[in-house]
Design a protein around this ligand. Sequence first.
Ligand SMILES: *Cc1c(COP(=O)(O)O)cnc(C)c1O
Length: 373
Amino acid sequence: MDRFPNQVEIERSALMHNLKQIRSVLDPETAVTAVVKADAYGHGMVPAAKALAEAGADRLAVAHLAEGLRLRKAGVGCPIVVLCGILTRSEAGAVVEHGLIPVLPEPGPAELLDEEARRRGRRVPVQLKIDTGMGRLGAPSDGTGGFVRRVMDCRGLEPEGLLSHLSSADEPDRTFTEGQIRRFQAALETARGQGMDTRASSLANSAGTLEYPEARLGMVRPGILLYGGSPSPDLTPCIDLKPAMTLRARVLQVRDIPPGSPVSYGRTYTTSGPERIAVLSAGYSDGLPRTLSNRGQVLIHGERVPIRGRICMNLTMADVTAVPGVRPGDEAVFLGRQGRRVLSGDDVAGACGTISYEIYCALGQCGKKTILS
Ligand SMILES: *Cc1c(COP(=O)(O)O)cnc(C)c1O
């Protein structure tokens, strides 16, 4: 079978290794909810979920109901949390039928789900989303008491925990995050005061898990660390992570170009001296941000070389003047390791002004993934 010339390769073993590394900083009884939303940050949701469940993830978290249903259809049996909850009666029905755990940001969807659960004679575990400062989904933390009471009144529901999200745990200044942790602890007290079981509560994303032991509580929800990424270039993880994603392409042609020659659309780059330009087989249709034009780098023969001119739909030019012996058919790596050198998600993201999360999602969306063991 012909392999597509540009391959996003995912190493299953790296995901499993990263989960073990995260576990190494946790108390043995702390549960891990592995976040596999957005196609596992582009790494392929079903194979990633299976690898992480096999490596001992206690739960999985997805953003949307449809992702949870896809995992169930693929035979994934472990508890699945639906972070963005549900809105409609049919979504509520699907949650009950497939045994998913929705995160509810307000009482309305809770009462809808309650009706669907009781109609089927079931009790459904739910999580209550509390906003402690993220300013996104959830009930304000000072309204926790009323929210918990409304949900506790639903006989078809089994509230099992509060869930909140940290907005700034990757920043050097700890003040805001410490405030979020305090507000979450107060919300937990309130919920327990109402007689709610809060054992499955969680607050810590990847940055919170590494940087704030007091945010780990009984359960953590790491995402980016599982894929070998860092939550931010400002935060160097204290554990040994293996990046799981590599994007490889090929050199299609090597050209010796005279001084003063334009390269690619719009002539945004002109050679200053005689230059050797390699034409590479990947472009923005492979998920490379076009903003890497004239900014990014690629690895060829184990060396970092600069991208020249605009990235095209299927092609990118790189300056290999300093690298002897480059030939058509040679491998170019846009993300990942080649020989001794690595281009990390943060390297690529930093060159084009975004975060590694977006790079992983974009490369993973192109659908030419190979899963390696
Ligand atoms: C995405 C997400 C996470 C994981 O975040 P990372 O920074 O990748 O660790 C955890 N919790 C919620 C609610 C999320 O949306």
